[in-house]
Design a protein around this ligand. Structure first.
Ligand code: LMR
Length: 398
């Protein structure tokens, strides 16, 4: 039977990660996959996570199955982290969250539930978006529509184009949005723009689906949650996929959650039962380890404070690398402007280099950047910044 299958190309981000690992050059630089690296180019386990792990070693008395929804304490703590412990939605009875295998698992469960609720619904995704959004959503059976998001020439959000497109969205369709630290562009909507999107969602009757994978890496934990907190207050329905990969550094532990807000408490119970059916029919139950660590950290004042300090350091280091990169390449032979890099948020920005320039950076200098020209600023450090800027200046001079 397998002879009928055709090979599928590697995902552009994970393919680049494999190519970087296979490169034997000492001076290679990984600006590809969205993984945090410290100033020594390492991705260490956060100290707060290590502490939680040693506590877990003592506390954990069983490896028996957890439920389909994962750890109830994790689900509650995540709701508080996402929406704020005092948010009125948490006591409304209209919200339910289940643990999921990472942000991708969460996105997929959310997409499957949407497909069950509205088999004909279309999901509107920004151009550009994280490359895996489209296959994740379409393989759940959702039809994809696009809205413009980013203008490559001005390096700004094309907000008027986006709003024009969203004015065409029929009632009952879904609009996928990035909660903060837009991946791949780093260009985030302002609070006023978020408010306008919420107004339009109410007017048109579309349902926002917010992917929030970088809470705490933009402006801060609370600041980065503005979109979902405001929408939870104003809209009757909302879906939020969240990930602990980046802000807890739990990448390989596949730790995330999917949250649904429905019009009533009765409805949200039905939605949660559907989400659990999706989980049972795909992976059955989510992995436990990462979620238990997150529960321990968020439930303990001391650990939580230590984690927040580490997260602040991550954010500040990325911001300072933004400044160094922009400054280092601003004066270039091509006259290309890179000042947008310092205005943007989170791990990524688009450099705006041509494909042949990206090829030259990879082949001649061992510098790995995704073909969209998205750079992971967290791959830059005080040892490689000089070499990186010189190499970019050299390709811009050709
Ligand atoms: C990224 O965008 O690089 C990360 O979210 C990793 C991934 O799975 O693509």
């Amino acid at each position: 039977m397998f002879e009928s299958l055709k090979p599928v190309g590697m995902d552009p981000i994970l393919g680049l990660m494999a190519a970087f690992r296979a490169d034997t050059r000492d001076n290679k630089i990984d600006l590809g996959v969205g993984v945090y690296q410290d100033d020594r180019g390492r991705t260490p386990v956060m100290a707060s996570v290590k502490q939680a792990e040693s506590r877990l070693m003592e506390l954990e008395i069983t490896k028996s199955y957890q439920g389909i929804a994962g750890d109830p304490e994790f689900n509650q703590r995540m709701l508080e982290l996402l929406f704020g412990a005092d948010h009125s939605i948490l006591n409304s009875g209209r919200i339910k969250s289940i643990q999921a295998p990472g942000g991708s698992g969460a996105l997929r469960v959310g997409a499957e539930v949407i497909q069950r609720a509205r088999p004909d619904a279309e999901i509107w995704v920004g151009v550009p978006t994280w490359p895996n959004h489209v296959p994740l959503m379409s393989s759940a059976g959702l039809k994809i529509k696009e809205y413009p998001y980013y203008d490559l020439s001005s390096h700004e959000i094309n907000f008027s184009g986006m709003m024009d497109a969203l004015r065409q969205v029929p009632a009952g369709d879904i609009v996928l949005l990035h909660g903060c630290c837009h991946n791949p562009t780093g260009a985030d909507l302002s609070r006023d723009q978020w408010d306008q999107i919420a107004d339009l969602a109410l007017e048109r009757g579309f349902i926002p689906y917010i992917d929030t994978a970088y809470q705490g890496l933009g402006d801060g934990l609370d600041e980065d949650a503005y979109s979902l907190r405001m929408m939870a207050e104003r809209l009757p329905e909302l879906v939020v996929a969240s990930s602990c990969s980046k802000n807890f550094g739990l990448y390989r532990e596949r730790t995330g959650s999917i949250t649904f807000i429905a019009e009533s408490a009765e409805q949200v119970e039905v939605v949660a039962s559907q989400a659990m059916a999706v989980a049972r029919q795909t992976y059955s139950m989510p992995p436990a380890h990462g979620a238990l660590l997150v529960s321990l950290i968020l439930g303990d004042q001391e650990l939580r404070a230590a984690w927040q300090t580490e997260l602040d350091e991550v954010r500040h280091r990325i911001q300072s690398m933004r400044g160094l990169l922009a400054e280092g390449i601003q004066n270039n032979a091509a006259g290309q402007d890179f000042s947008h890099i310092v205005r943007q948020k989170g791990m990524f920005s688009f450099l705006g280099l041509k494909p042949e320039q990206l090829d030259a950076l990879r082949e001649d200098y061992g510098i790995y950047i995704v073909s969209s020209s998205r750079v992971n600023l967290a791959g830059i450090n005080s040892s490689n910044i000089g070499y990186l800027c010189d190499s970019i200046l050299a390709v811009l001079d050709k």
